[in-house]
Design a protein around this ligand. Sequence first.
Ligand code: 5GP
Ligand code: MG
Ligand code: MG
Length: 178
Amino acid sequence: MDQDIKEVLISEEAIREKVRELGEILSAEYAGKNPLVICVLKGAAFFMTDLVRQMNIPLEMDFMAVSSYGASTQSSGVVRILKDLDTAVEGRHVLVVEDIIDSGLTLSYLIDLLKRRNAASVKVVTLLDKPHRRTVDLKPDYCGFVVPDAFVVGYGLDYAEKYRNLPYIGVLKPEVYR
Ligand code: 5GP
Ligand code: MG
Ligand code: MG
């Protein structure tokens, strides 16, 4: 797998350190609130499971899957729920955990949905942000790293379902997907 990577953007150690930092901030923010931490599958799976282990407070976890890119590297703008939550969000403090925000289309749809379901609060923590690619007005409440406009893989992020298990975040060689 390493041979398909052009450049390592964020090392395993840098991710670990950032996750610890975010966990500390979020522990303070959500102390006493029993938050519902929602992982947007599959990309955010590693981030969410590492993050909650750095949150030293009672919380609950749930998982949701929505369609965004498929096997392409462009957002379609069409959001489809592939797996809905098991938990009722009404009155809950919801923390949505994302891998990366690009156009913002997927997440803005999700936030609206959770608000319509009467969550007490909805906040977003994303590991990565590509703010210059945004097509909707959306800012994450908490963000790990801002990344340049390149297609990244690793630590949960895939290309055609591969490379999720890389322990770091890297830029894929363009010839791999061209
Ligand atoms: P958005 O709706 O914000 O355009 O897209 C968000 C989703 O697209 C992310 O959750 C992720 O699944 C996918 N995505 C966006 N940019 C990248 C990227 O650089 N690499 C990978 N692997 N997925 C991306
Ligand atoms: Mg995602
Ligand atoms: Mg993907």
